[in-house]
Design a protein around this ligand. Structure first.
Ligand code: UD1
Length: 427
């Protein structure tokens, strides 16, 4: 078992370079299946969710080669069977993108129901609604989703709720369908635009990504491409909050400031200085941190994936802050851990009420999921004393080189292997 040991209380100072976006990478890697030629992906983050996606491709018969630290060449033309077994899918929620891409390419897919962070009930009814609208027959059989179609026909798909995953799967499945698909009430997250740009660079005809209506005109063939994945909005936001929580001064490089607007706005309300440049932001604190209210929403609202981190910052702010989690049912699992560090937080259903305590104290804690784990790292960096974080494999699913990056900013963080215990590694 591996843990992070953090001696808190050091201001973060210096520069950090943000990696490629996890949520874009885990959509774009399966999308390579749709290409009739090899593709090269650049700015691929070195995280376990990416290793799993690449491993799934490899196991299906694709040729996958790293040609640089963050550059991968994938030739998915040799895929033999469009099947992703449970052993592969259980590690990662985004394994459901193989459904859309395999169905789009081979008109049939069999993928185990996905695993990933437990954030409450996470149905896939809207994904299946999209596949069905395109003409596929979908069934769930012994934990596997089966989708098959004689042919995929462009269609109108109206989502009942805004879903990132369903929007991406609808794009993947319709990109080679005959005719026009109109996806309404689509999600608008940056990685949806990134996937559309990637598919268009292979010759797809997708318009409107980033708005709530996406139009996909099916094409017969998709060619190879070389494509650089966008920087990670949530990794950038996490370092922004870490800088603020330690009253530091950090230049966060390789970001798209527009993607960070909702995070920047809230940090400024809390009393944090955020200076924007073309592809970087500087975060510093020179006054008191103050309460605010936050409600998570689909993009361009405040991202649910930043809720645990900013809530942690608010435990250090003056006054009472109110957090409303409107996307997932079970996204306050870090609260018990923060309470062990001295936070004063009450949870009532989807709402958390945070009374600022000014200072957290180090304690042994356990990362319940990816972003909650990142929040505990921030808490440990800001706290007095030593924090030991267990189950850090969650954190490594989504943050490239997190200890090295934090150490370069002056943090005292080490990864400790506990000899004799099972090492939980995601492939
Ligand atoms: C994606 C992100 C995740 C982020 C989330 C919300 C990836 C790989 N993951 O997850 O990091 O936290 O968006 O921004 O990009 N829902 C249904 N039926 C469906 C699909 C979703 O009811 O068929 C519900 C979910 O339970 C949830 C809400 O819709 O309450 C939004 O979920 P969705 O946007 O689909 O999240 P994911 O794609 O799973």
């Amino acid at each position: 078992m591996e843990k992070f040991i953090i001696k808190g209380g050091r201001r973060l100072e210096g520069e950090v370079v943000i990696s490629g976006a996890k949520n874009a990478a885990v959509a774009i890697i399966p999308a390579v299946i749709l290409s009739d030629e090899p593709c090269v992906l650049e700015n691929v983050p070195n995280i376990s969710d990416v290793s799993i996606s690449l491993r799934i491709l490899f196991e299906m018969g694709a040729d996958v080669k790293y040609i640089g630290k963050n550059t991968v060449r994938i030739d998915a033309t040799g895929i033999k069977e469009p099947i992703v077994p449970y052993e592969m899918a259980r590690h990662m929620r985004a394994s459901y993108y193989f459904l859309g891409s395999l169905l789009g390419k081979y008109k049939c897919a069999r993928v185990a129901l996905p695993g990933g962070c437990y954030l409450g009930d996470r149905p896939i009814d809207q994904h299946l609604k999209a596949f069905t609208a395109l003409g596929a027959a979908c069934a769930i059989d012994r934990g596997m989703v089966d989708a098959q179609a004689e042919m995929l026909l462009g269609s109108q798909i109206y989502f009942d709720i805004v879903s990132v995953g369903a929007t991406i799967n609808a794009m993947l499945a319709s990109v080679k369908a005959s005719g026009l698909t109109i996806i309404e009430n689509a999600a608008k997250e940056p990685h949806i635009v990134d996937l559309a740009n990637f598919l268009n660079s292979m010759g797809a005809d997708i318009m409107g990504a980033g708005t709530d209506v996406i139009k996909v005109r099916g094409v017969k063939k998709l060619k190879g491409t070389t494509y650089a994945i966008i920087p990670d909005q949530i990794e950038a936001g996490t370092y922004m909050v870490a800088a603020a929580a330690t009253k530091g001064n950090v230049l966060i490089k390789n970001v798209i400031p527009k993607h960070l607007e909702s995070i920047t706005n809230k940090l400024e309300k809390i009393g944090v200085n955020v200076e924007e440049f073309d592809d970087s932001v500087r975060v510093s604190v020179d006054g008191p941190l103050v309460k605010t209210s936050i409600k998570t929403m689909p993009h361009p609202g405040f991202p649910t994936d930043m809720q645990p981190q900013i809530s942690t910052l608010l435990t250090l702010a003056e006054g009472t802050s109110i957090i409303t989690e409107d996307i997932f049912d079970n996204r306050f699992r870090y609260v018990d851990e923060l309470r062990r560090m001295g936070a004063d937080i009450k949870v009532d259903g989807h709402v958390a009420i945070i009374e600022g305590v000014g200072q957290l104290m180090g304690a042994p804690v356990t990362a319940p999921d990816l972003r909650a784990g990142a929040a505990l790292v921030i808490a440990g960096l800001a706290a007095h004393g030593v924090t030991e974080i267990d189950d850090i494999y969650h954190i490594e699913r989504g943050y490239e080189d997190i200890e090295e990056k934090l150490r370069a900013l002056g943090a005292d963080i080490v990864k400790k292997n506990i000899p004799g215990a099972a090492v939980r590694k995601a492939l």
